[in-house]
Design a protein around this ligand. Sequence first.
Ligand code: ADP
Ligand code: ASP
Ligand code: MG
Length: 408
Amino acid sequence: MGLIVQKFGGTSVATTDRIKNVAKRVARWKAEGHDIVVVPSAMSGETNRLIGLAKAISSTPDPRELDVIASTGEQVTIALLAMAMHEEGLKSKSYTGPQVRVLTDSTFTKARILHIDDERIRKDLAEGHVVVVAGFQGADEHGNITTLGRGGSDTSAVALAAALQADECQIYTDVDGVYTTDPRVVPEARKLDTITFEEMLEMASLGSKVLQIRSVEFAGKYKVKLRVLSSFQDEGEGTLITVEEDKKMEQPIISGIAFNRDEAKLTVLGVPDRPGIAYQILGPIADANIDVDMIIQNVGHDGTTDFSFTVNRADYTKALELLKDVATRMNARGVTGDNKTCKVSAVGVGMRSHPGVASKMFSVLGAEGINIQMISTSEIKISVVIEEKYLELAVRILHKAFGLEKAD
Ligand code: ADP
Ligand code: ASP
Ligand code: MG
């Protein structure tokens, strides 16, 4: 018996039948004597639809208003779920984020959770209710509705689990755990029984959207027991995100291959090679709130250098515009850009004690004629930027080369 927070993603609540199934699943846990807090996402496709409506009115909708509309998707599913729970004979109450008081900062569309009032939820739980709390949303100190960034319901669930000191936070989704890579791209991908926080953090930040990165950060920080499971299968332990590396087992060198399609590369050509240049180029980019990922500076022989970096593809046009300005001001030779690039990464804590992972990665890609445009490394990951058309091929061959396929 314990307190469990269960999050159900968009596909798991995509139809009223699926919502009824979620209620049945929750009822089984409840019958075992657990206290349950349920955190649903919006029905799948709904958040996109709502944002689409806003964009049909304005190409640059006011972020505050965007959050007012985007947050309504979850308001629908919480009520439907509570009703479905009643049909199962359970006591249940639903709350929006602001009603609970999920307090966030005021960064509309990607707000951070600052505090959660647990009083109301605890009282309802004590009275035997299944408490349903809308994912993805909160309110700032002025009462403005905020949302937590795409995929943010994962973070709502983990933050609630932390605030309530839950025994476990279960993320139910359309796959039965975290895999060595996206099983939709590589069907031979293997489900992991455990993965360390550190690795999951890298996987999430490098594009594996099975968990929103902030949810993993939160779980690591507040020591929340976090598990990813299938909402369509009754069997299985899913994947547990662990603090400790599994000392019992021979640690694989690479745990997974992550990828991100949404990369774009920009290069300022023939930049005068002198101190302060990086700041002059990247300053205006940062001022425009554009996140820069990889950076490369080549040293030329004629006193100039080429300066390249990557940004999210959504920021490409804006960044290109800004750079043209910068290039003219600093007398650079010009600006080029490519928004058909992607990033593929190998992640594994075992890399620390095994040199040679990078060279193996490069040789595997080279043998297939895949050109590497940029490289970046950390202690436990190696990322390369390549042409987007090679994404699936690169992921498949690296997954195979590092021995990640399931045995059958
Ligand atoms: P939900 O709507 O439940 O939040 P998401 O679509 O956000 O679901 O996340 C689940 C999806 O994440 C899976 O369908 C899968 O395609 C994708 N995914 C990407 N990388 C991985 C991985 N390494 N392991 C499992 N799933 C992954
Ligand atoms: N409904 C939100 C989204 O689509 C939040 C979530 O699904 O986690 O991004
Ligand atoms: Mg998700």
